[in-house]
Design a protein around this ligand. Structure first.
Ligand SMILES: [Zn+2]
Length: 291
């Protein structure tokens, strides 16, 4: 995906990390290697590395320019964050900010930062380090967080140990935004104008949300982590190991796949690697992701 255009709305991605994922059955504990193998014809080459025999994933943000507002959806891991549980994220220095500026945007230009949820790989760039303090990166933005998600994180602990755990992300990447008065805690009725609406997709986390965008007669969904990898289009019953409510996460994903299957709706998700955007189409007894 270079740039996706829906009428006057432009969607770009900012890629922080892209490459091989974890061991497939580690990251997707419900998965089987036979199940992955059965879907290879459409997973390779974008979503499965045949040589290394594992899946490919990215960590990315989406920048949506509606013509009226500049909207950032999800804020990746961030620079200089202490994330000892996940070595690849610990003290990361990426050119995320350079990519924002290559889009012609300064941090001051962002009007909304939409958090699909508050996991460490989605809130990092909410803040930056200035003189030893974490301060909001986007001084003119409203940081939009679903109330249910915010309430859940009040103790700052996701109960996960090891790779992908919170490592204090609430304290360094959410709290400073709240203390600066920039957080807007919202309900399911949140919208930006008529064509940019919130879609509750709980399960991966308690207040996880996706966003629906329609413009120029086309529709897109930014799914966050409701679907982690295109393989889950074929197997919506496979959770990632970080789905917090296993049953709700499966139910939400099944509904998501059913609702969008064989429609024109374009699907984008936080961890779908390039080319990132596609449609859900029927494929025999299952569905697949068609770029
Ligand atoms: Zn994630």
């Amino acid at each position: 995906m270079k740039q996706l255009t829906l009428g006057a709305t432009r969607i770009d991605r900012i890629v922080e990390l892209e490459g091989l994922g974890y061991e497939p059955t580690f990251f997707f504990p419900d998965a089987t290697l036979e199940g992955f193998a059965a879907e290879r014809d459409w997973l390779v080459p974008h979503f499965w590395d045949a040589k290394e025999d594992t899946y490919i994933r990215s960590i990315q943000s989406f920048v949506v320019r509606t013509g009226h507002h500049n909207v950032l959806i999800d804020a990746c891991v961030g620079n200089q964050k202490k994330r000892p549980s996940t070595p690849a994220w610990d003290g990361l220095q990426s050119n995320w900010m350079g990519q924002l500026s290559a889009l012609g945007l300064r941090p001051e230009d962002i009007d909304y930062v939409l958090c699909t949820h508050l996991h460490a790989d989605h809130v990092g760039w909410n803040t930056k380090l200035v003189d030893g303090r974490w301060v909001p990166t986007f001084p003119n933005a409203k940081y939009v967080i679903h109330k249910k998600e915010f309430d859940h994180w009040q103790d700052g602990d996701d109960g996960v140990d090891g790779p992908g755990s919170a490592d204090g992300c609430y304290q360094d990447s959410v709290l400073p935004v709240v203390e600066a008065g920039l957080a807007e805690l919202v309900d399911n009725d949140f919208a930006i104008g008529d064509n940019f609406t919130l879609d509750p997709t709980p399960g991966h986390s308690p207040g996880h949300v996706s966003f629906n965008i329609s413009a120029g007669g086309a529709r897109a969904v930014i799914a966050g982590d409701a679907v982690h990898h295109p393989i889950q289009i074929a197997y919506p019953e496979w959770n990632s190991r970080f789905c917090m409510d296993a049953d709700q996460s499966r139910a939400t994903r099944k509904k998501f796949v059913e609702r969008h299957a064989d429609t024109d709706t374009l699907i984008l998700a936080a961890h779908f690697p390039a080319p990132t955007v596609g449609r859900i189409v029927g494929n025999g007894a299952r569905c697949k992701f068609q770029v």
